[in-house]
Design a protein around this ligand. Structure first.
Ligand code: ZN
Length: 606
C-alpha cells in the first residue's frame, strides 16, 4: 500500500506543474485554455481513479470472501489510499475552481466534476483535523453499534444479554403483550449509548459538507440527485400523500387484526410493540404467507444461478463474462470450512470494466431464486454502462436508487406465475391467491415501507442536519413523525433520556440518504407497469418478461446510460412520465378495493 501512497505524493505536484507550464506557453483564448485545463484534469483523474478503485475493490473482495485480520488490514490500507487521492487538497481545489465557471462547460463535464467533488467529501484533505475527528467518531459509533449488548434483565435481576436476532424472533412470534413491550423497550437501549456520538457526528458531518460548499450534510447527500433540499423533501411529501389513502386502509385492517390477536380494544394508533418489526417499517406475519420454497427442492444451487443468467440472455442481453464464473464466490461454504465469508448477497464491479463478480451463498429455494435474479440485475447494469461512451466517474446508476430499483424490478418479474410455469418450476395447474399475495407484498415491504422511508427517516434526518436539532429535541421530533406518518405510538412516553432514532443503523453509518429506498420502490413500479402495459400488454400481476427481446432492449438502453443523464429525464424518456407514485398505486389497486370492503364502517384515520 505504501508504494501507491508514494506514487501519489510525487505524481500530484508534477501534474499540477504540467498545467502551469501549459498555461504559460499557449496563445489560445482564456476560455479555451480553461476548457483544455479541465479536460487534462479529468484525463488525469479518470486514469488514476480506476486504478486505485480496483486495488480497493480487490482488497475489499478478499476481506469479504476470506475474512481475516490480515485481509481487513489490507482493505483499510487500500481504502485509505483511494480516499487520500479522491479527497486530496489538489483535487478539491481544482474541481472547485473549475466548477466556478461551470456555465462555460458542457453538461457531461460538469457532471463529472460534481461527482468528483462529492467523492472528495468523504475525506477532504483540506480540513485534516475535522477529517480525523470524523473518522474516529464514526469508528467509535460503529463499535458501540456492533458491540452493543441488549440486556433483558428487569430491575434487581442479573444481567442477561439477548441478540438482535433473538429480539426480532420474539417480536415476530410472541403473542404475549407484556413480553413484547419489554423486548421492544430493550431494543431501544442502544439509542441511549449512541446519542452523544450522534450529536458529535452531526457537527462533524455538517462541517465537512460546508467545506464542500453545501448548507448541511443532508444538502450534500441530496445533491447527488441534482436536487435541492426543498425539492427532495417536497418529492417525499408528495409520495407520502399519494400513498396515504392506501396506507390508511392497510393500517386500519392491520390494527383490527392485531387487536383481535392480542385480545385488546381497537386503538387509534397502533402501539409500536404490537408490530413484528422494531421500527414498524414492515408489518410481517399478519397476512398468511405464500410459500414457494418447496417448488425448488429438486433444483440445484448451480441451476438457480444459471437460470437467472438465462433470464437476462433470453432478453437478448449478453452472456456473463467467463471471469464472472471463475472469480465469483457463489455457494455456501461447508460448516467446517477454515475460510469464512460474508453471507450477505452482493454484486461487485471490480475494475469499472468487465470484471464483475457476485458474492452469494446460493441454496435451492425461492428466496435465493429471487435474490440471484436481483443480484444479476446489478451485474448487468455494470456491464451495460462499462462502455466507451461513459466516463469512469459516471459508471453508476442514473441515481443511487436506480441500481436497487432495477434488481428489484427483475425480482418482481422472477416471481410471476407465468415465468415460473414456463421454466417448469410451478405446476401448470397450481393456482395462487392473488389478493393474499399482493396484500403480503404491500404489508411486508412495499406500501408500509413508504411512510417510514419517505416520511419518518427522511424528515427526521432532514431536521437533524438542516435545523441542527439539539439533544433535548431528538426524541420528541422522532415520535412526532412516527405518529404523523406511520400512525404508530410508543407503549409508554419516550422522553429525551432516550434516543430512539439512533437505534436505526442507517442514522449512524449510512446517513441522510434513506429516501433512496423510497425512490427505488416508486421507480421500480413505474418501470414494471410501463413494461407490462406498453411492451408486454399483459396483466401486471401475471406477466412474463422471459424471452421478450423488446423488454430487453428497453432495459438495456436505460442501463447503458450510467449516470450521464439527469435521472428525471431518464424516467421521462423511458416511460413518458415524470417520477410518479401513480403506477405503484395502480399496481396495488386490487388491494385498495379489497381493503375498502373489509374496512367498511370502520374509522380508517388515526
Ligand atoms: Zn441490491
Amino acid at each position: 500500500m505504501s508504494k501507491i501512497k508514494l506514487f501519489l505524493i510525487f505524481a500530484l505536484p508534477s501534474l499540477m506543474f504540467g498545467f502551469v507550464a501549459f498555461g504559460l506557453n499557449t496563445l489560445q483564448s482564456k476560455d479555451e485554455m480553461r476548457k483544455k485545463e479541465v479536460m487534462q484534469f479529468l484525463e488525469m483523474y479518470n486514469k488514476i481513479y480506476p486504478k486505485l478503485y480496483s486495488i480497493s475493490a480487490e482488497a475489499n473482495w478478499k476481506s469479504s470472501t476470506d475474512v481475516s485480520e490480515e485481509h481487513t488490514g489490507q482493505r483499510i490500507g487500500a481504502d485509505e489510499t483511494l480516499a487520500a487521492f479522491q479527497g486530496s487538497g489538489y483535487v478539491i481545489n481544482q474541481t472547485k475552481k473549475f466548477l466556478k465557471q461551470k456555465d462555460n462547460l458542457d453538461y457531461l463535464t460538469v457532471k463529472q466534476l460534481e461527482k468528483i467533488l462529492r467523492s472528495a467529501a468523504s475525506y477532504p484533505g483540506t480540513i485534516p483535523d475535522i477529517v480525523s475527528k470524523r473518522v474516529q467518531a464514526e469508528a467509535k459509533q460503529s463499535q458501540i453499534l456492533d458491540g452493543f449488548e441488549f440486556n433483558v434483565a428487569k430491575n434487581g435481576e442479573q444481567k442477561k444479554i439477548i441478540t438482535p436476532n433473538q429480539i426480532d424472533e420474539i417480536l415476530t412470534t410472541s403473542k404475549k403483550l407484556e413480553e413484547r413491550k419489554h423486548i421492544w423497550e430493550v431494543s431501544k437501549q442502544s439509542g441511549v449509548a449512541l446519542k452523544n456520538g450522534l450529536m458529535e457526528l452531526q457537527t462533524l458531518r455538517n462541517r465537512v459538507a460546508q467545506e464542500m460548499g453545501y448548507n448541511s450534510f443532508f444538502d450534500l447527500q441530496v445533491s447527488d440527485y441534482e436536487m435541492s433540499v426543498n425539492e427532495m423533501t417536497q418529492l417525499m411529501k408528495n409520495i407520502n400523500n399519494d400513498l396515504k389513502p392506501l396506507y390508511e386502509q392497510i393500517h386500519c385492517w392491520a390494527k383490527h387484526k392485531l387487536a383481535k390477536r392480542y385480545n385488546q380494544p381497537v386503538p387509534k394508533k397502533i402501539p409500536a410493540h404490537w408490530i413484528g418489526n422494531r421500527w414498524s417499517q414492515a408489518f410481517p406475519g399478519i397476512v398468511e404467507g405464500v410459500d414457494l420454497n418447496s417448488l425448488f427442492k429438486n433444483k440445484s444451487p448451480e441451476w438457480t444461478i444459471q437460470q437467472a443468467e438465462k433470464f437476462y440472455t433470453s432478453l437478448d442481453m449478453p452472456k456473463l463474462p467467463k471471469s464472472f464464473w471463475e472469480k465469483s464466490d457463489l455457494y455456501e461454504l461447508p460448516p467446517d470450512s477454515k475460510r469464512k465469508k460474508n453471507t450477505h448477497a452482493s454484486a461487485w464491479h471490480m475494475d469499472l470494466e468487465n470484471d464483475v463478480r457476485s458474492l452469494m451463498s446460493v441454496k435451492s429455494n425461492y428466496d435465493w431464486f429471487e435474490t440471484t435474479h436481483h443480484e444479476l440485475g446489478h451485474i448487468y447494469y455494470y456491464l451495460a454502462y462499462s462502455n466507451k461512451d461513459i466516463p469512469v466517474t459516471l459508471r453508476e446508476g442514473a441515481n443511487r436508487a436506480f441500481h436497487e430499483a432495477i434488481g428489484d424490478l427483475i425480482a418482481i418479474a422472477a416471481h410471476q406465475p407465468k415465468y415460473l410455469k414456463e421454466i417448469g418450476v410451478m405446476p401448470e395447474t397450481m393456482q395462487i391467491d392473488q389478493t393474499q399475495w399482493l396484500l403480503n407484498e404491500a404489508l411486508d415491504n412495499a406500501v408500509v415501507f413508504i411512510p417510514w422511508s419517505a416520511g419518518v427517516m427522511t424528515h427526521w434526518e432532514h431536521d437533524f442536519y438542516e435545523e441542527k436539532l439539539q439533544p433535548n429535541q431528538l426524541n420528541e421530533r422522532w415520535w412526532k413523525y412516527v405518529s404523523e406518518f406511520q400512525g404508530i405510538e410508543p407503549p409508554t412516553k419516550r422522553g429525551e433520556e432516550f434516543c430512539d432514532a439512533a437505534t436505526k443503523t442507517h442514522i449512524n453509518d449510512d446517513p441522510a440518504q434513506y429516501y433512496d429506498y423510497a425512490m427505488a420502490f416508486i421507480i421500480k413500479y413505474q418501470l414494471h407497469m410501463y413494461i407490462a402495459k406498453n411492451i408486454l400488454k399483459q396483466d401486471p400481476h401475471n406477466c412474463n418478461y422471459y424471452g421478450n427481446k423488446e423488454v430487453g432492449k428497453f432495459l438495456w438502453d436505460l442501463l447503458k446510460l450510467g449516470a450521464t443523464k439527469n435521472w428525471r429525464e431518464v424516467i421521462k424518456e423511458k416511460t413518458g412520465e415524470e417520477i410518479s407514485s401513480k403506477p405503484m398505486l395502480e399496481y396495488f389497486n386490487p388491494i385498495f378495493e379489497y381493503l375498502k370492503k373489509e374496512n367498511l364502517g370502520k374509522d380508517v384515520k388515526w
